[in-house]
Design a protein around this ligand. Structure first.
Ligand code: HGY
Ligand code: MN
Ligand code: MN
Length: 392
């Protein structure tokens, strides 16, 4: 694949959902995402690949029998975190279509059906639960619960989808022979253009509701306050400290305040903890320690804390034999873990799954500064084409 061919296709989506504040806002089933989903259908049409969906919002473009046994899937997601980068997700879908072009140009005849997949709501940026589409496809979430998830405007996922999600695909294990997700690396481990994933850290998101007494900022004595913002602020620092002590990763980057007024002591502060660690025991211990320190501080502040686990993903170890086989196929490409979640991680419980990472020159992701070298992206397409040729 030439860098020029990659850049030409990339240019077709590059501006979709890019915002003046920097980066992209591509919320699932919203404006730009709907444009990208139409682009997906157009790319499939150009390649005589019929498009179906699974009733959960995930799109499948087929080369061969639709839903045929042993199908090999490749793809990723279109949605982004707010003001995220443009490669996290879309790189895997654009690369999938280009890899199929390369296979066809080489006269490849797949022995099994092949599908390009666009998973819906991977980031959880609109409805709050990450990998929603792949969780529905694999039966990891109840369709009614998923349908009731709401966005910041009170629109439910069911309303956005236009139906109650269909839920798990019957016979998923026998239908799909493998899934290969190509993704931009999110970190700074890769010295070579392409790597193979070994594992995904356990990770999750917990909502901390800090409640106190709303009151006047000007007339309430400091000694009389029950200010949940104090408890929240202490918890942010405690999460950072506990993560550093245990070699884990903890972030509290999303907060909602009621009434969120300059001159009113809040009655409620809602903060989300994103916690990840190399093993489940460390992650669980981190969350427990942060919860304990939040409650201890609440006792001193006269506030209350309620913690709700919103989504927790166990450690994923990708199919080792498959990862080793693909590394060897790709001139001994490095095999490396990641602490970022992916749809491939969700499906790996039921389908032999592999991930290919394309080098990220700065390692930055979930930021407008995310970038990739198109020469590396073109090599990523070559690698994906070789893998798909090997698997089909
Ligand atoms: O949050 C994650 O790890 C992924 O980017 N959804
Ligand atoms: Mn992401
Ligand atoms: Mn992603």
């Amino acid at each position: 694949m030439s860098k020029k061919v990659f850049s030409a296709l990339w240019a077709e989506i590059e501006a979709i959902g890019r915002v003046s504040g920097g980066g992209y806002i591509r919320y699932a089933l919203d404006g730009p995402d709907l444009v990208l989903r139409d682009w997906f259908r157009n790319q499939a049409d150009r390649r005589d690949m019929p498009v179906t969906d699974d009733g959960n919002g995930n799109l499948f473009a087929w080369w061969g029998d639709q839903w045929g046994r042993g199908a090999v899937l490749t793809g990723s997601h279109f949605d982004s975190v707010p003001h995220g980068g443009g490669y996290d997700g879309p790189l895997g879908i654009v690369s999938a279509f280009l890899a199929i072009d390369q296979l066809r140009a080489a006269g490849h005849q797949p022995s099994t059906p092949l599908a390009v997949v666009a998973f819906v709501e991977e980031e959880g940026g609109r409805f709050g639960l990450p990998c929603l589409g792949s969780r529905l496809l694999s039966g990891a979430i109840d369709p009614a619960k998923a349908a009731a998830l709401t966005d910041r405007d009170g629109i439910t996922f069911g309303e956005a989808l236009g139906a109650t999600p269909a839920g798990p695909l019957p016979g998923l294990k026998s239908r799909f022979g493998a899934l290969v997700e190509l993704h931009i690396e999110q970190g700074r481990q890769l010295a070579e253009p392409v790597g193979v994933a070994s594992a995904i850290w356990p990770h999750g998101r917990w909502r901390f509701d800090f409640t106190g007494h709303g009151d006047h900022a000007g007339t309430t004595k400091m000694a009389d306050r029950r200010d949940p913002m104090l408890t929240f602020a202490y918890t942010v620092l405690a999460a950072n400290k506990e993560a550093r002590l245990s070699g884990a990763h903890a972030t509290m980057a999303r907060v909602e305040v009621e009434p969120n007024a300059t001159n009113a002591i809040p009655s409620l502060v809602r903060g989300w903890l994103d916690a990840r660690a190399a093993d489940t025991a460390t992650m669980d211990a981190l969350v427990e320690a942060v919860t304990k320190r939040a409650n201890d501080r609440a006792g001193r502040d006269g506030t209350d804390v309620r913690v709700t686990a919103e989504s927790v993903s166990d450690e994923v170890t990708f199919d080792t034999a498959l990862a080793t086989r693909l590394s060897a196929l790709l001139d001994d490409a490095p095999i490396l873990p990641t602490s970022a979640g992916h749809d491939a991680g969700v499906l790996s419980a039921q389908v032999p799954t592999a991930m290919l990472f394309v080098r990220n020159p700065t390692g930055i992701s979930h930021s407008p500064a995310e970038s990739a070298d198109h020469a590396d992206c073109a090599l990523g397409v070559d690698a994906l084409a070789r893998v798909l040729s090997e698997l089909t």
